[in-house]
Design a protein around this ligand. Structure first.
Ligand SMILES: [Zn+2]
Length: 77
């Protein structure tokens, strides 16, 4: 989405002011790089408070539960 906006902005600005479009295009590239970097640093999805994801079926399991209610897998402590 951010990348599309950057490309769209570059294409729209091109006929009006070619030289002015260069910094906007560069900004679009930087935003693309930043979005990739941010999506990587956000990490995996965090389970809700008091829950952890079952390692076998990824169901949210209460931390007090010893077994997953979905697949009955033993939860690691
Ligand atoms: Zn499970």
């Amino acid at each position: 989405m951010v990348a599309l906006m950057g490309v769209g902005f570059y294409v729209l600005a091109l006929p009006f002011a070619y030289f002015w479009s260069i910094p906007f295009g560069a900004a679009g590239v930087i935003m693309m790089a930043a979005s990739f970097f941010l999506s990587e640093t956000e990490g995996p999805v965090q389970p809700p408070e008091g829950f952890s994801f079952c390692p076998y079926c990824s169901t949210a399991v209460s931390l007090s539960a010893e077994r997953c209610p979905h697949c009955n897998g033993v939860q690691p402590r």
